[in-house]
Write a protein that binds this ligand. Structure first.
Ligand code: AMP
Length: 467
């Protein structure tokens, strides 16, 4: 991430922390870090508006680490997150930032994973706990988790936790932590519930708002006028015309997501939906396939897509215009990252023109309209993703590592030789493993894995065809 703010050395951080930041390549602060760290490091409560990608994790992690005593074996910080994915990301980032100190233990407590292992991790001593509200409550009720020594409470993506109905769970957890703690709340938006959280659980919080990053020059924005009748088919036209490898398509409602995915699948596209009520297991499968480039289009609502960290995204399509101009800027900011160019394509019907006007005002630039009849198929046949995902039954529980899968794929028997491009991401999750392989070798790779062994056991492998 290109951060151009003040240097971290302007903060009162220990030299070891500063050296570690330098090693991580964090030279200067991002805007949210520059605005929040001086306040957080003074021990004040904070409400900060920030989204994924802004560097918000380091903004709270550095503050909680600054107060942490590694020689005191008690949970001193708790970070509440809406989802397991976010909790995992936050844990990774805290561990990286904590490297400056010896032996800081970070434990992740999320649903969908056996309580027993988590309990054991807590018994071995934890300084920092990161987790989802429901599971944290479970541990509290069973007496596995003690928060009496807590000095920092972080509510990460608080708006999303509220969306997911976690208010009561958060309240229950907060009642069990000391009153004189510091509370840091991070949220992309400020729905009403945030104020309620602040009133009930925070002490004179300082509010920080960093202007949303304006669309960068490398994002090309195009608007198309559509009608109710041709909106979904226009998405297909755009995909066939621009042929992006990975596209994130935003809809305003879950129903629209479902309708669009059904339509695109009927048209032969590889498309999957991501919306609020998916089970974690389903969400993991969808995200694995999209991130490893074996699904062309991810159709999502704003809430569901928050926290997604996908770097290579050629296009964003606003299937519905959002009524909130700031959300529009967040949506299109998903593409054109890390210096790559990106396309942001927005469909608007006559009755959405008011929202387009708000977006123009917010971005202080007029929208550029293109005509639908410019959209001509390239004649290259259906748009297919370059990779296909193989799902192997067995994951971390079976102690499978990416190297085991690679070995089974490339082993001498079976007669398939792969080029570098033909084997993509290998992602090991709790119970299964996802492997991306080139479309042209997918059948052969699946057969080879099924015939062979992984970690000494016969493997059970299936091709995931956009399901
Ligand atoms: P986050 O918004 O916390 O998810 O962070 C987004 C990414 O930016 C993460 O990969 C961080 O490791 C990285 N990052 C955070 N702060 C900085 C910084 N000051 N300089 C460079 N990279 C950073």
């Amino acid at each position: 991430m290109a951060a151009v703010g003040p240097a971290f050395s302007t903060l009162s951080l220990p030299p070891a922390t500063l050296a570690n930041l330098q090693q991580l390549g964090y030279d200067t602060m991002t805007p949210i870090q520059a605005a929040s760290l001086p306040i957080a490091l003074q021990g004040k409560d904070l409400i900060a508006q920030a989204q994924t990608g802004s560097g918000k994790t380091a903004a709270f992690a550095l503050a909680l680490l600054a107060k942490l005593n590694p020689r005191w074996f008690a949970v001193q910080s708790l970070v509440l997150c809406p989802t397991r994915e976010l909790a995992d990301q936050v844990t990774v980032e805290i561990r990286r930032l904590a490297r400056a100190e010896e032996n800081i233990k970070v434990v992740t407590l999320c649903g969908g994973i056996a309580l027993r292992g988590q309990r054991a991790s807590l018994e071995h001593g934890a300084h920092i706990v990161v987790g989802t509200p429901g599971r944290i409550m479970d541990h509290l009720e069973r007496g596995y988790l003690n928060l009496e020594s807590l000095n920092t409470l972080v509510l990460d993506e608080a708006d999303r936790m509220l969306d997911m109905g976690f208010f009561d769970d958060i309240a229950t957890v907060v009642k069990q932590v000391p009153k004189d703690r510091q509370t840091l709340l991070f949220s992309a938006t400020y729905p009403e519930g945030i104020e309620k959280l602040a009133r009930q659980f925070m002490r004179e919080p300082v509010q920080i708002k960093v202007a949303a990053q304006q669309a960068q020059g490398q994002i090309e924005q195009r608007f198309y006028e559509v009608t109710r009748a041709n909106r979904l088919e226009t998405v297909a036209l755009l995909l066939n015309h621009f042929r992006p490898v990975s596209t994130l398509a935003f809809c305003n409602t879950k129903q629209q997501c479902k309708d669009l995915v059904t339509y695109l699948q009927e048209q032969g596209f590889s498309a999957l939906a991501l919306y609020g009520e998916l089970e974690q297991r389903e969400r993991d499968q969808v995200l694995a396939q999209f991130a490893n480039r074996s699904c062309s289009v991810l159709v999502a609502t704003d809430v569901a897509s928050r926290g997604l960290d996908i770097t290579q995204l050629e296009a964003v399509i606003n299937v519905d215009i959002t009524p909130d101009a700031e959300v529009h800027v967040h949506r299109i900011g998903r593409t054109g990252r890390a210096g790559e160019s990106g396309l942001a394509l927005s469909l608007a019907s006559m009755n959405e023109m008011g929202f387009v006007g708000k977006i123009e005002q917010y971005q202080s630039r007029p929208s550029v309209w293109h005509k639908l009849d410019e959209l001509t198929p390239t004649g290259k046949g259906p748009l297919l993703p370059p990779m296909v995902t193989l799902q192997i039954l067995g994951g971390r529980k079976e102690k499978i590592r990416p190297g085991d899968v690679l070995g089974a794929l490339t082993g001498a028997e079976g007669g398939v030789a792969y080029s570098r491009e033909q084997i993509g991401k290998i992602q090991v999750t709790e119970f299964c493993t996802f492997v991306a392989v080139g479309r042209d070798v997918a059948q052969a790779a699946c057969a080879k894995l099924n015939a062979g062994k992984i970690k000494g056991k016969s493997a059970k492998v299936r091709l995931m065809q956009g399901d």
